[in-house]
Design a protein around this ligand. Structure first.
Ligand code: G3H
Ligand code: ZN
Length: 287
């Protein structure tokens, strides 16, 4: 069965590694990420944005699809189904629909309102055994229509949200969604260290995990990051492998246009990339 993410992330925090939260878009993404986790013997989180959920015909369809794929593949490693950047309404709906983990992203509200809504959502989630992530500060860039300029999280605000009983915390530390610009200043490790200091060992979440240099990922994990969100990276891998297949004319040979063949190079590329990232994050062989 799908599990809440609390235990896997507390274990990751204690063991100084991070669990990948990989965003899914459809059956292929779901299947390949689950197969990768099983092969890597790694815990995993499947992230679902509200936009991707809409694309997949709603939260209930996502829950049913993920559960059935998970069971039919005989997956034995811990898997959490997690709402990514949830709105107030979306998080409530996912807790009801059977997600095992949700993010309530109230970072765009005035802080007092973020606190009040986060508190309510933490109670609702915990009443159902669902783990919950909240956010302080802003993640730069744009994801599924959510635009933010990026704002370093205030450590005292992080402390306040942690005291509400949140299970893991997303804090802006200079990270950006999507591709990193050439003039990117890098992660702010001083701020990350300050945040971990005042949050009493709470697992921290690094959004915008695509394209961060390996040494910065390693240092972030050292400083308390236990969950790394990856979305763009898998989309780029899928697109590149698919392009290669089509540009080589493979779709025109034999029955190369059959969607099961056409989508295979991209799907295989997703699986390889996820396994490589599990090795990089240190969750490999931890399940
Ligand atoms: O919430 C999802 C992530 O933060 C993904 O960011 O697309 O830059 O990997 P990314
Ligand atoms: Zn994010």
């Amino acid at each position: 069965a799908l599990v809440s993410a609390t235990e896997m992330l507390n274990k990751a925090h204690a063991g100084h590694y991070a669990v990948g939260a990989f965003n899914i878009n459809n059956l292929e993404w779901t299947k390949m990420i689950l197969l990768a986790a099983e092969e890597a013997k790694s815990p995993v989180m499947l992230g679902v944005s509200e936009g991707a959920a809409k694309y997949m015909c709603g939260f209930k369809t996502v829950v049913a699809m993920v559960k059935e794929i998970h069971d039919s593949l005989g997956i034995t490693v811990p898997v959490a189904l997690h709402l990514d950047h949830g709105s107030y309404e979306g998080a409530k709906a996912c807790i009801e629909a059977g997600f095992t983990s949700v993010m309530f992203d109230g970072s765009h509200y005035p802080f007092e309102e973020n606190v009040a809504k986060s508190k309510e959502m933490i109670e609702l989630a915990h009443a159902k055994g669902v783990s919950i992530e909240c956010e302080v500060g802003g993640i730069g860039g744009e994801e599924d229509g959510t635009v933010s300029n990026g704002e370093l999280a205030d450590p005292q605000e992080c402390k306040t949200i942690c005291e509400l009983g949140v299970d893991f915390l997303a804090a802006g530390i200079g990270n950006i969604h999507g591709k990193y610009p050439a003039n990117w200043a890098g992660l702010n490790f001083d701020r990350l260290a300050e945040i971990q200091n005042v949050t009493n060992g709470k697992p921290l979440v690094l959004h915008g995990g695509s394209g961060i240099p390996a040494d910065q990922i390693a240092k972030a994990i050292d400083l308390g990051v236990s969950k790394i969100n990856v979305n763009t990276e898998l989309q780029l891998e899928f697109a590149a492998a698919t392009r290669k297949y089509i540009e080589a004319g493979k779709d025109l040979e034999g029955k190369g246009y059959d969607p099961r063949k056409l989508l295979k190079p991209g799907a295989d590329a997703i699986k390889d990339k996820v396994i490589a990232m599990m090795k990089q994050f240190g969750s490999y062989n931890q399940a």
